[in-house]
Design a protein around this ligand. Structure first.
Ligand SMILES: C[S@@+](CC[C@H](N)C(=O)[O-])C[C@H]1O[C@@H](n2cnc3c(N)ncnc32)[C@H](O)[C@@H]1O
Length: 342
């Protein structure tokens, strides 16, 4: 597909955009007048619309000719005009996502303006991917929140708007039930805009409860993904550092990790240390061990490459104080670092 051409902003032009539509304001007339007065004190580059007042910004969204055309062509009410910066945000995300594998999805479509602006920005009727557009259309399931036109027959009106757009898939129904039977295989772009907290919240870990089985399922799903993309976390540069790992686990866990990665003799050499020192030494000892915590390993990749349990004393020299007897009790300074429950 042909992507929109980049248009460099004109360095000397300060564009203004003043469209007095904002939300959650008790006295819009007074509010707009006050902002107008404030704007008169600014040198230019003003944006005022959609609860966003800025100045001395180049507003370069309006330099993007393809975007401007797509946005203006689809404006059907004051709110659509006001949300130009939000539309530009979608358009630029879509510019990248259209180059990825997977389909486009919008959950909460209303009249289809968001979907159509993005499609028009990226080829219009020639938009190259399926775009799934989910909404109840004819009514708004959020009580007291119906938008203009949401009544029986609205779905047909929206469908008409997309005449000639072969790749749009308007799915009428209540989310999440409507996903059944009408769902993409893979997603490159997902815009969730339901104004409906109930439907937008994905219960995380079963509403706060977490079972060992649930964790095991999630890990095995992530393993499938990791194998599919040949994920090699060590090659990608991950190391068990104090900040990234050791400060979050207990001392017995650190000792077990060091024993596994380098051998039990190394664990014994640091087992008298305070948590902070132990964590620091563990980071140093495992820096080049190509070792990963167990949940981060991908079964199916060569485990021998991930774990070197044959630690060799010569390449793991310890500072002198590590081999001296500890003057303090084992856990004297554990409060320095938080300890995660296991
Ligand atoms: C803010 S509007 C969407 C605006 C649109 N994204 C745009 O850019 O113009 C929210 C829409 O979500 C829909 N909606 C809310 N909850 C829903 C649910 N559970 N299933 C399907 N649609 C829902 C409403 O009918 C409404 O049309």
């Amino acid at each position: 597909m042909t992507l929109p051409k980049y248009v460099a902003p004109k360095p000397r032009a300060l564009m203004n955009f003043f469209w007095p539509t904002s939300w959650m304001v008790s006295d819009p007339e007074r509010f707009n007048a006050l902002i107008k007065e404030a704007a008169s004190l600014c040198e230019g580059g003003i944006h005022f619309a959609d609860n966003l007042f800025t100045w001395a910004r180049n507003n370069s969204l309006f330099d993007d000719v393809a975007f401007r055309e797509a946005w203006e062509r689809n404006v059907v009410n004051d709110a659509d005009r006001a949300v130009a910066w939000r539309r530009y945000f979608l358009a630029t995300m879509a510019y990248h996502a259209v180059q990825l594998p997977g389909d486009f999805v919008e959950c909460g479509v209303y009249a289809g303006t968001g979907v159509k602006t993005v499609m028009d920005y990226l080829g219009g009727t020639a938009f190259p991917k399926p775009f799934w557009a989910y909404d109840t259309y004819d009514y708004n399931p959020v009580e007291g929140h119906a938008f203009d036109g949401q009544r029986p027959g609205f779905f047909e009106e929206v469908t008409k708007r997309f005449e000639g757009y072969a790749n749009v898939r308007l799915v009428k129904g209540f989310i999440p039930e409507s996903f059944a039977g009408a769902c993409p295989e893979a997603i490159a772009y997902l815009h969730i805009d339901l104004n409906n907290a109930q439907a937008e919240i994905v219960p995380k870990y079963d509403n706060g409860r977490i079972s060992a089985h649930g964790v095991a399922c999630r890990i095995s799903h992530s393993d499938v993904l990791a194998r599919a993309v040949g994920l090699d976390i060590v090659a990608a540069g991950w190391r068990p550092t104090v900040e990234g790992y050791f400060r979050s686990v207990t001392k017995p866990r650190i000792l077990a990790d060091v024993a596994e990665a380098r051998g039990p003799q190394f664990a014994e050499m640091i087992d008298h240390l305070k948590k902070a020192d132990m964590a620091r030494e563990a980071e140093r000892l495992l820096d080049d061990a190509a070792w990963l915590p167990e949940p981060m390993r991908t079964p199916g990749l060569d485990d021998a490459e991930l774990v070197d349990a044959e630690g060799d004393a010569a390449d793991g020299e310890l500072p002198a104080f590590l081999t001296e007897d500890a003057a303090e009790p084992d856990n004297a300074n554990d409060a320095e670092l938080p300890v995660a429950a296991e």
